[in-house]
Ligand binder design. Structure first.
Ligand SMILES: [Zn+2]
Length: 592
């Protein structure tokens, strides 16, 4: 038997996961991919005896597996095995899909979806890339070879949309809808009524009395692929690896606040509703109209709404109002392609040993991140090695961000590398209102990650604040530069701006912005003296000597930040002002 390196990937991954209107869609998309990867690895062990397989990436300890794996396999007929695994992965998705679609159809009042359309949509969606390459003594060149082969296959499999006429799916916008939930007025036109405006006659209509109706908004239609995502829980609820927890952006935003409220009180409150969502912790959502639109309360239980309002008011008196903003964080290792292909290694023959250590370290990292970003701090959607996608409660954002960096494996400690190269990680963060459309927030997260990755030498982060008013502030900085640690400064500044006894009012920020905009170029010494003057006027501290010390410290701190933007950032003074405004925003929103 010969030994081979196998690279196996299920695609499309990122597009599939990020087509999401709800946090649940995002979670399920990621879960389905990871589930199929796990099952395919199990199948590989079954097909070839266990002693003949070694999984190199991802490490076996990683629960939420990414869409691909690399393995060392001893086998007689690799082509056979490759086809078998490809077939297996595809059939796994079909199995999930056919179960879910059947269940959804059972909850439909009109069952007219064309089975051929369902099948075509499901069968043409995922594609699998796999490559076996014989492993001679040179692990390094074999690895480079499979990486090259896979990236060339990827190009061939570029996205080909199905050409169909009719209303497109609300989630992906790519395929026609096959399931639809009618609006109230459409509903009143008779049991069999299918709205003409959809231009599709072969359609199944969700029964508005079925227990599954809450998964569709009224007037929402989905294609087969996205229906499987939205209703995936029906298939997975029996699986032990599946966390049955309803996550929403509101749930992330209120996590710290809910932590103060007893489970008993929470349950009592929830029991007033027929269908619950954390949005109902905001008083403005307790209107009759809203409750009716989203079916939170059946009309016969309408009186509960008043009870809920009273309970909530009492709760606000004790614990304050719940926060409305949350953060979404995306990160991944810098230059991972170079690390993986051994470009940074002095001795390429060490690549295999390096891969083994690297894989283990990345497994440890994913595990640590899952532990760190957990209730009430937030929730990890995936941590599949070097990359992380997580929701974070705003109170914990500035504490959580640095751990992405400090916990990241130091690859340079695992092997001898060229020119003192060090491994690093970059991340993009979006701070958004819980009602901001999730697709929008996800797009921003990717965009911010990209901006961080454009920094010289990377090891950077970007933050954007999307205010409800439409105003946007963003900054991109290195984790550390010239001894400046921006996140540390940001954290301390937030504390000062929250402290109305000894800290600062935000007046200095507004004044600085007004004055700064009058000039094209601001000299550092002018800025520092202006900062000193304005900080002095904004400082609440009454003890004179303490006040002097504090103003001096912050004039120096903020001048450092200004210098950073002047030297390293194209936004210059504007960037500096954004930094201050983001601190001010956080000071108003965080509760601790
Ligand atoms: Zn779709």
């Amino acid at each position: 038997m010969k030994e081979y390196l196998l690279l196996f990937a299920i695609n499309p991954a990122q597009r599939y996961i990020s087509q999401a209107r709800k946090v649940q869609d995002l979670k399920m998309g990621s879960f389905i991919l990871s589930y199929i990867t796990n099952k395919t690895i199990e199948e590989l062990y079954k097909s070839v005896s266990e002693t003949n397989v070694q999984i190199l990436f991802p490490h076996k300890s990683i629960q939420k597996k990414p869409n691909r794996f690399v393995a060392k396999v001893k086998v007689d007929n690799p082509k056979e095995l490759g086809k078998e695994l490809e077939q297996f992965a595809k059939s796994k998705f079909k199995e999930i899909a056919s179960y879910v679609l059947k269940e959804v159809t059972n909850n439909c009042i009109v069952k007219k979806s064309n089975p051929d359309t369902l099948e075509k949509q499901i069968n043409t969606y995922f594609y699998v890339n796999w490559v076996f390459h014989e492993l001679d003594n040179d692990y390094y060149s074999t690895y480079c070879e499979i990486e090259k082969l896979v990236s060339s296959v990827k190009v061939l499999n570029m996205f080909k949309p199905l050409s169909e006429v009719g209303r497109k799916c609300k989630l992906c916008g790519e395929r026609n809808i096959v399931f639809y939930r009618r609006t109230d007025s459409e509903e009143s036109k008779g049991t069999d009524y299918i709205p003409k405006k959809l231009y599709i006659e072969e359609l199944s209509i969700l029964d508005s009395n079925s227990p599954q109706r809450y998964r569709f908004e009224k007037g929402e239609g989905l294609c087969a692929v996205c229906t499987v995502k939205r209703f995936g829980e029906l298939y997975f609820q029996k699986e032990s690896c599946f966390e049955k927890e309803n996550l929403s952006t509101a749930a992330i935003a209120v996590m710290n606040w809910l932590d103060k409220i007893s489970i008993k009180e929470q349950e009592e409150y929830k029991s007033l509703f027929d269908n619950f969502d954390e949005q109902l912790y905001y008083e403005e959502n307790l209107s009759e109209k809203y409750a009716e639109k989203y079916e939170y309360i059946k009309s016969e239980n309408k009186d509960n709404l008043e009870k809920a309002r009273n309970m909530l008011r009492n709760c606000y008196k004790k614990h304050g109002r719940p926060p409305k903003y949350y953060a979404l964080l995306v990160s991944d290792g810098d230059d991972m392609g170079h690390w993986l292909s051994g470009d940074f290694l002095i001795d390429k023959s060490q690549l295999k040993a390096f891969h083994e250590n690297m894989s283990q370290e990345l497994g440890r990292y994913a595990d640590d991140i899952e532990k760190i970003i957990n209730k009430p701090k937030g929730k990890v959607i995936y941590a599949g090695g070097d990359d992380v996608l997580a929701f974070v409660n705003l109170d914990y954002l500035l504490d959580t961000m640095p751990s992405l960096r400090t916990e990241f494996p130091q690859f340079d400690k695992l092997v001898q590398v060229k020119d003192d190269i060090k491994s690093s990680v970059s991340c993009g963060v979006v701070i958004a209102h819980y009602k901001e459309p999730l697709e929008e927030v996800l797009n921003w997260a990717r965009r911010m990650e990209k901006e961080a990755k454009q920094q010289d030498g990377k090891a950077a982060f970007s933050i954007v604040v999307l205010r409800r008013s439409g105003e946007i502030q963003k900054i991109t900085m290195k984790w550390e530069e010239d001894d400046i640690k921006p996140i540390e400064i940001l954290k301390e500044l937030v504390k000062e701006l929250k402290n109305d006894k000894e800290g600062f009012s935000d007046t200095f920020i507004r004044r600085l912005e007004e004055e700064g905009r009058k000039f094209n170029q601001i000299e550092e010494y002018i800025l520092k003296s202006e900062l000193t003057r304005l900080l002095n006027r904004s400082c609440f501290e009454t003890c004179k000597s303490k006040k002097r010390g504090k103003v001096e410290k912050w004039a120096k701190n903020l001048t450092n930040v200004f210098r950073y933007f002047a030297n390293y950032n194209k936004d210059g003074f504007e960037g500096f002002i954004s930094f201050l405004k983001i601190a001010n925003f956080l000071a108003k929103k965080v509760t601790m």
